[in-house]
Design a protein around this ligand. Structure first.
Ligand SMILES: N[C@@H](CCC(=O)N[C@@H](CS)C(=O)NCC(=O)O)C(=O)O
Length: 216
């Protein structure tokens, strides 16, 4: 049985997992949880994930994982062990990927959430929350400038790119990444790869939603 992925395509972390499945050619059973309609607060879903966030992965043996970064690690480690996307057998490369994933979850997504969650409740971003988001993009620019790599954790695509690309293309609606030259060049690289199409539809839908909220 294919693992079940609970989520909705407008969510960047859900899209990072969809991209990973596409890159691995792994079939997933997609179960829509419409967070815009409050489905994530229903009792059945809260039993799976008390944090009421998507994505959630439920594997066929009952294993439940409630964080996109952990899901990315799990899928590659289980279904394509030691692939360059997440090489368990190469500690130095693996730890760089982990570091970028923790940065994405702990800093970048967190700062995006501080802009986006209030906006969805009708509260516009402030100079301060936008400033922190811009600083977050600046950190990515510094990683790329300092390390001179083509991708965010080295010179090949890894699961860290799946996570960073979906978030940065969403942040673009608030703070354009094109003002950071290395970041711009980096984000354009995966856009040419076959799996990138998975990011597009949900990203466009979310952009429309953000625009309408910013203009209301
Ligand atoms: N750290 C989590 C964050 C997931 C997250 O914040 N998801 C948002 C959508 S992008 C969500 O489900 N929000 C609904 C809610 O908080 O009720 C991950 O990467 O999986």
């Amino acid at each position: 049985m294919a693992p079940k992925l609970y989520g909705i395509a407008v969510s960047p972390p859900v899209r990072s997992v969809l991209i990973c499945a596409e890159a691995l050619k792994l079939p997933l059973e997609f179960v829509t949880v419409n967070i815009l309609a409050g489905d994530q607060l229903k009792e059945d879903f809260l039993k799976k994930n008390p944090l009421h966030t998507v994505p959630v992965l439920e594997d066929d043996d009952g294993t439940i994982i409630i964080d996109s970064h952990a899901i990315l690690i799990y899928l590659v480690s289980k279904y394509k062990k030691n692939d360059p996307l997440y090489p368990l057998d190469n500690l130095k490369q693996k730890i760089r990927i982990d570091e970028r994933l923790f940065f994405e979850g702990g800093t970048l997504s967190h700062r995006l959430g501080n802009v986006q969650s209030p906006l969805f409740k009708g509260i516009k971003p402030t100079e301060s929350t936008l400033g922190l988001l811009k600083e977050g993009l600046g950190f990515l620019e510094a990683f790329l400038v300092n390390n001179k790599t083509k991708y965010i954790a080295g010179n090949n695509v890894t699961i860290a790119d799946f996570s960073i690309v979906t978030t940065v293309t969403c942040i673009d609606n608030y703070v354009p990444y094109s003002q950071f030259p290395q970041l711009k060049a980096y984000i354009e690289r995966p856009q040419k790869l076959p799996w990138y199409k998975v990011n597009e539809e949900g990203n466009v839908q979310l952009a429309g939603f953000i625009k309408s909220k910013l203009e209301s």
